[in-house]
Write a protein that binds this ligand. Structure first.
Ligand code: PHE
Length: 357
C-alpha cells in the first residue's frame, strides 16, 4: 500500500495539466481504479485483515483525493498567473507625442452635458435603440392611430411572415427611456438619457441617425419652475455664457402636459450667431410636465408624483456651440473635418477644469 501511495502522490505532483490529473484520478480512485479494486477485495478478507486494511485504504483514498484537489487548484492558479502575464498592459505609458485622433463633437458634447447634469444630481440612464412600439409610442400616450406616429418618420424592423405582432422600431426619440427608468427605479427619479435616435429624414440639418439627450425629474413637489431653472442653469453652463434668456413657447407633445418648446435669445449679426443677446430666438428643445398617463404607464402613481421632462438634440446644440454648419458632415468620417472640429483626447470636460478648452 505504501508503494501505491508513493506512486500516485508523485504522479499527481508531477501532472502537467488538468487532463493528466483526470487520468490519474480515474486510474487511482475511479470506478475501476486501482484503489477501488483493492477495496472490493475487502470482502474476501478475514475480519481481522479487513479491520486493518479497510481504514488504511479509506485513508489512502482520502489522501489521494485531497492531493488531486490541491494540484487542481495549483494548476488553475498557474494558468491564471500565466494569462495575467500575457494580458498585462502598461496603462501608465505616456501618449504618443504625435496626436493620433480626436474626440468627435458628439462625444464631446455628450460628455459636457453629462458633466453639467451630474453636477445637478442627474444620473445617466440608457435604453435599447431597437425598441418595441409600446415603449416608443403607446406608453408615451401616442396610441396607434395618433398623427404623431406619422410625424416621426419611423423606421420599422422586419417581422417574419405571418407574425402579426406590431413590429419593433428604431427608436425615434430618447423618450422611451423615461418609461424604462420609471419601471427600473420607481419615484423619485433624476436622470438624463443621451443616445442615438432614428428618423427617415435627410438634409442640411437632418440625418437618419442623430442624437438626443432626454431629461427626467420626478418627485412629490416638482413644477414647471424647476424645469425652467434646470434648463437655464444648463444653458449657462453648456454655452459658457453668463447671461441666457429662455422663452417658453406653448407647444404640444402627447407625453407632456403642459408642453413647451424652449427658445434661447440670440443675434445673427453678419451671419455669426451669438447666444444670450440680440432680438432673435432660436429653438433648442422640447419639454413639459410628464403626462399623468405616462407616469401610470411607467408604474408611478400620478396622484402622488409629478415631474418634468425635456429632449434636446445633441448634434443640434453641438452645431450651435461650435459653429458647425452642416449636420451631414458629422457622420461622413472625413479626417479633415474630424481634425478641424475634433477635441483633444485627454481634455475630459469637467465643470471645474472647463468644459471646452
Ligand atoms: N421626444 C420629443 C422629440 O423627440 C422631445 C421631448 C422630450 C419633448 C421630452 C418633451 C419632453 O421631439
Amino acid at each position: 500500500m505504501d508503494d501505491l501511495r508513493q506512486k500516485y502522490i508523485d504522479a499527481i505532483a508531477n501532472a502537467a495539466d488538468e487532463g493528466a490529473l483526470e487520468q490519474l484520478r480515474l486510474q487511482a480512485v475511479g470506478k475501476k481504479g486501482e484503489i477501488s479494486l483493492k477495496m472490493r477485495e475487502l470482502g474476501k478478507m478475514t475480519p481481522e485483515e479487513r479491520q486493518v486494511a479497510g481504514p488504511a485504504l479509506n485513508a489512502l483514498k482520502d489522501e489521494i483525493n485531497s492531493a488531486l484537489a490541491g494540484k487542481k487548484a495549483a494548476l488553475a492558479d498557474a494558468a491564471l498567473e500565466e494569462r495575467l502575464r500575457g494580458e498585462w498592459l502598461d496603462v501608465t505609458l505616456p501618449v504618443r507625442p504625435r496626436r493620433q485622433g480626436t474626440i468627435h463633437p458628439v462625444s464631446q458634447v455628450t460628455e459636457e452635458v453629462t458633466a453639467i447634469f451630474a453636477d445637478m444630481g442627474f444620473a445617466v440612464a440608457e435604453g435599447p435603440q431597437i425598441e418595441s412600439d409600446w415603449y416608443n409610442f403607446d406608453a408615451l400616450n401616442i396610441p396607434p392611430e395618433h398623427p404623431a406616429r406619422q410625424e416621426h418618420d419611423t423606421f420599422f424592423m422586419h417581422r417574419a411572415e405571418g407574425d402579426n405582432r406590431p413590429p419593433h422600431v428604431l427608436r425615434t426619440h430618447t423618450s422611451p427611456v423615461q418609461i424604462r427608468a420609471m419601471q427600473a427605479q420607481g419615484a423619485p427619479i433624476r436622470v438624463i438619457a443621451p443616445g442615438r435616435v432614428y428618423r427617415c429624414d435627410y438634409d442640411q440639418t437632418h440625418t437618419p441617425m442623430f442624437h438626443q439627450v432626454e431629461g427626467l425629474a420626478i418627485d412629490k413637489d416638482i413644477s414647471m419652475a424647476n424645469l425652467k431653472w434646470v434648463l437655464e442653469e444648463f444653458c449657462r453652463a453648456f454655452f459658457e455664457i453668463d447671461e441666457v434668456e429662455l422663452r417658453f413657447r406653448a407647444s404640444h407633445f402627447p407625453f407632456t402636459e403642459p408642453s413647451a418648446e424652449v427658445d434661447i435669445r440670440c443675434s445673427w449679426d453678419n451671419g455669426t450667431l451669438k447666444l444670450g443677446e440680440g432680438d432673435d430666438w432660436l429653438e433648442i428643445l422640447g419639454s413639459g410636465m410628464v403626462h399623468p398617463k405616462v407616469l401610470a404607464a411607467g408604474g408611478i402613481d400620478p396622484n402622488e408624483y409629478q415631474g418634468f421632462a425635456f429632449g434636446v438634440g445633441i448634434d443640434r446644440i453641438a452645431m450651435l456651440k461650435y459653429g458647425i454648419p452642416d449636420l451631414r458632415a458629422f457622420f461622413d468620417s472625413d479626417l479633415r473635418w474630424l481634425r478641424h472640429y475634433g477635441f483633444a483626447a485627454l481634455d475630459v470636460p469637467t465643470l471645474h477644469a472647463g468644459l471646452s478648452r
